[in-house]
Structure formats: C-alpha cells, structure tokens
Unconditional design. Structure first.
Length: 560
C-alpha cells in the first residue's frame, strides 16, 4: 500500500472514504486529485487505487517490462531541437527531453496522475505537509564513478532555492524554503540527516514540492556543474550520453555502456536515439513520416492528426491535458511612453472581444475543451467551475473608447507554427470584428523564444502541471521569472500561499475559486482552451505514447 511503510494520514483516508461513498464512485477529476495527493504522501499507485476501491491499471501497478537486459536499436524522433543549459533556467520541455538522457529527476509524474520515485527511493511527509523526509536511492552512481548521495540532493535543492540566479524558475516552485531577505534557502531548512536521507523543514505547509521535483527544470546536476560545458562534460546519473547537438536541426543520444545505470534491465534498450527537427510546420513532420525518415512524433496538431491516421504502420496516441495557450497583454510593457495594458478597461476589452469557442475551433481544430480565462483546468484537482466568459464585441469597443485607445494599434506576436499561429490569427480577426485595431507579428522560433516573456501583447503555450497551484506560483505570483503578464496582486499572492498550505480538497477548492475570480476580475489573460494532445509512433515502438506533460523518456523507448 505504501512505499515508505507508513500508514496514510487520517485526512487522506477520510477523503478516500468520501469518494468511495459517492454514487458511481469518484469521477475522473476527483480520482486524479486523490491519486496525486496519495502518491505525494507516499502511497504506491496500486495502494492509492485500492483506497478508492478501484482496480489498478497495469501502469499504476508500476509493472515494468520483463527484464531482458540492454537491448539494441535506433529510434528517430521528430521534435524541435533547442539549446540546452542549466536545467533550472530552461523554458522549454524539448531541451529537457534531450538532457534527460543523462540528467535525471528525483521524481516522475505519470499520465494517470501519480508520482513515482526515481533518484529517490521514496519519501515521507508529515500529515500537515510541513516536514518532508526524502529517502535517496542507494546504489546510484554518477557516470564518472562517484556515488550519488544525500549531499547531491541537498546541493541541488539549494541551487533551486537561489533567487539570485537569473531565470531560475525552480525558485518559484520552492519558494516556501527561501529566505526573502537573502534569496537563498532558509538556514536549517534543508538538512542531510544521513548518507541517503534528507529532511526538509518548512516554515509553513506546502503540498507542491513533490510535484515540483517532477517538473522538467528539476533535473539533478553533479558537483561542480557548469552549464557552459555540460555538453562536453556530460556528467549525470542517466544511461545515455550526448553525441551531437545542432539546435534547429538534430540531436543524438548514445547509450553509455560503460556506465552501470541504477535501473539497468528496466530500460535503456536503444543504442542510439536521434531527435530530428522538422520545424514548426506539421506538414514537414508528416512528410518525414511518410518518407520513412522518423519513427515517432513528439506532438502533432490540427488536421495533420487525420493525415497521420491514414499512414499505414503508424499508431496515434491521444491524451486529455491541461496544456493551453494564453493570449496575454503585459501590464508592465511601455509603448510610446505609456503602459497601455496597465489599464483594466483595455484588458477587459481584449477579453470581451474574443470568443473562446471560436479560438478553439479555428486555432486547435476543436481538439480540446473551452476554458474560462483563469488557467485552472477541470483536470486540476481543486478546479472551481466559473461562468463562461462574456463575449460582447460591442461592449469591448466601448471600453477601448473609454480608455482613449480606440486608435491604438495593438501588435499581437506569435511564433510561426500551426496551432499557435492559427489561434493568434483568429484572435486578430475577432478583435478586428470588434473594431479594435490590431496587427500581427509572426516570428521564427529562435526570435520568439528569446523574447517570449517580455512582448507587450503575445501568445504563449503552457504545458500541463499536476496542481493548479503550481501554475499559479510559476506564472501569476508577483515577481516570478515566468510571470509574463506583468501582473502583481498582493491578495492573490496571500491566497496562493494559503492554497499551497491547504491539504483538504474541498477547502482548497474554495480558495481556488477566489484565486480564479481574481485572475478573471483583473482580466489578466485570454486563456481560451485546454488541449487534447496527439502523437504518433510506428508499430512496434513502445514507450513513446504522448506524455501528459510533453516528456520523452529515452530510457523507456524500445522496439518489440
């Protein structure tokens, strides 16, 4: 039932009992909420399902393929190939999909909503989520031969807590451990208590730390790590090594047969993994698949999903997610000596001029669900339903007039791909229909990624995260590196801290309703839809189905 031989907390048992007693049992959202929290507090996936009175699917039983030893083979994956760097500063999951070959995480997040130990063997959390005990996996070595110990975990958590490091988004995930005066980990909060044990002593409860350890910027780096030489000196715990990296073109991982990987026999079957960048146009990915140049796609959007369905020898994999896009004004941006988006009337006008249903239909081929402009998904555990956003083009035009912005020309920036470009084009058409002047600027990937967080008015895609409080802490809390909205609201920040410390699902949902309302009332963004994601693999390739958070796990790929 438990990975740590400890009974689950009473409040978790009570929640399980409440869900079991519901007519028809827990629905998908409550099931995901419970699985995420139960696995966070140390329950095995099979145990968490059992607490709900549900049979565990094979994946939830943590069943791995029969150990056959390292295999052989080659796989070619279509994916955007990006620059790599210090994991805690990475903005895009594609870079982490490459570095994941040799830099691993403490914890992984699975498609069913559970967390599994990786470089940790397990963890224990106090019933009030204010004290964590991390059990570091024994028998792990860095690929330079040195032992992986609790000291490595302590060092990495201290790196994550460094608010002085530019673009360190991990500081947002571990804010509870940071001293606001020093911008570093609170003295005595992260303690090595044994060769393979670490204690986290929190000044206040926080339920999100395990989820934060599973996010892609949380890769564990070695002593003396230097992001400038990480390709030439790829020290890590994983089973692969980088052979080639050409951003915008291709990248190659090769299996490190000289390294005794801790999970040998349960993965790393491929000798060679090639990432091939076909660009942002899905037609190029389809052409590569049709020509036999790739074996797997990372993610495919729109009508090209139907094209792939007609390819002989290929399989499609769909997954419902909380991945999305935001069409957002930056409240701090200055244009011509003024800050146009600091005016609430302007932001509300932008929202009221756009129909989220139309944005989903034309932007993402209707493959997903309409959202409510607050960035909390029905898949998120503590989602509180809100009324549909008001679509009123005439009122939007009047608000712009009241703000003295009727002649202002908004420049809407997007990347040059399919679904994000289509969504932005649709937004422009809706704004023009409302009498709001707008022009488009479409940028190639490198230029867009360089300035994504600072454009005055632009679109950005956001991936799925297990807990809504994670997204709010990363993107909406005041002063965070990923707060691209330029929004700061002390009431929101205080409520978010309360939500992070609230274990009871129903109580947290009440707090989330207030947080969602604040995001809506301040018209922070147009967040129009939630994406259903699809990728494709050739027959016989295992381990390549679409991950809910866009992960590719090199060690899990194999031919059968």
């Amino acid at each position: 039932m438990s990975r740590n031989r400890r009974d689950p907390p009473d409040w978790l048992r009570r929640q399980a009992a409440r869900l079991r007693q519901r007519r028809g049992g827990p629905d998908e959202i409550d099931r995901r909420e419970f699985l995420a929290l139960a696995s966070t507090f140390g329950a095995s996936a099979a145990g968490a399902y059992a607490m709900l009175g549900l049979p565990a699917p094979a994946a939830a039983q943590e069943a791995l393929p029969e150990a056959t030893g390292p295999g052989s083979g080659r796989v070619r994956i279509q994916m955007l190939v990006r620059e790599i760097g210090d994991p805690r500063t990475l903005d895009w999951f594609q870079a982490a999909n490459f570095t994941r070959g040799w830099l691993e995480n403490l914890v992984s997040y699975e498609n069913d909503g559970t967390f599994l130990p990786r470089l940790l063997e397990g963890w224990r959390i106090s019933d009030d989520a204010s004290h964590y005990l991390l059990d570091v996996r024994r028998g792990v070595r860095w690929n330079d031969g040195t032992e992986f110990t609790a000291a490595d975990v302590v060092r990495n958590i201290h790196r994550w807590c460094d608010r002085t490091a530019p673009r360190n988004s991990m500081a947002g995930r571990f804010d509870v451990l940071i001293d606001p005066e020093t911008g570093q980990a609170i003295e005595g909060a992260v303690v090595q208590t044994g060769s393979h044990t670490v204690e986290l002593r929190l000044p206040r409860p926080d339920i999100s730390l395990i989820a934060g350890m599973a996010d892609y910027p949380a890769a564990i780096v070695p002593p003396g790590f230097d992001p400038d030489t990480m390709f030439e000196n790829p020290v890590g715990t994983g089973p692969y090594l980088p052979e080639l990296l050409e951003p915008g073109r291709r990248a190659v991982l090769v299996r490190n047969d000289a390294h005794e990987w801790w999970n040998a026999g349960q993965g790393a079957w491929m000798e060679r993994i090639e990432f091939i960048d076909t660009g942002t146009d899905p037609l190029a990915a389809f052409a590569a698949a049709e020509a036999g140049e790739i074996d797997m796609t990372h993610s495919i959007e729109g009508t090209y999903i139907d094209y792939f369905a007609g390819l002989e020898g290929w399989r499609g994999h769909d997954i419902r997610t909380a991945a999305t896009i935001v069409i957002r004004p930056n409240q701090l941006a200055e244009i011509g000596g003024r800050r146009p988006y600091a005016d609430l009337r302007v932001r509300r006008a932008l929202q009221m001029a756009m129909s989220n249903a139309v944005l989903l239909e034309l932007g993402h081929a209707d493959k997903g669900e309409v959202a409510e402009n607050h960035h909390v998904s029905p898949l998120h555990p503590s989602y509180a339903p809100m009324p549909a956003p008001v679509f009123d083009p005439e009122q939007a035009r009047q608000l712009m007039i009241q703000a003295g912005m009727q002649d202002f020309v908004h420049e809407l920036v997007s990347i040059d791909d399919s679904w994000r470009r289509n969504t932005a084009d649709t937004a422009q058409a809706l704004l023009l229909d409302a009498g709001i002047k707008v022009e488009r600027r479409i940028l190639p990937g490198p230029l867009y990624w360089e300035g994504w967080a600072s454009f005055p008015f632009s679109t950005t895609d956001w991936g799925h995260r297990p807990l809504a409080v994670q997204t709010y802490a990363l993107a909406y809390r005041s002063g965070e590196p990923w707060n691209e909205f330029g929004w700061s609201n002390p009431e929101f920040d205080a409520l978010l801290s309360e939500a992070l410390a609230t274990l009871d699902i129903e109580r947290r949902r009440e707090i989330m309703a207030r947080l969602e309302a604040l995001v809506r009332e301040d018209a922070v963004t147009v967040q129009p839809y939630w994406r259903t994601l699809t990728n494709h693999t050739r027959e016989g390739l295992q381990g390549g189905a679409h991950h809910i958070a866009f992960e590719i796990r090199p060690a899990e790929l194999r031919w059968t």
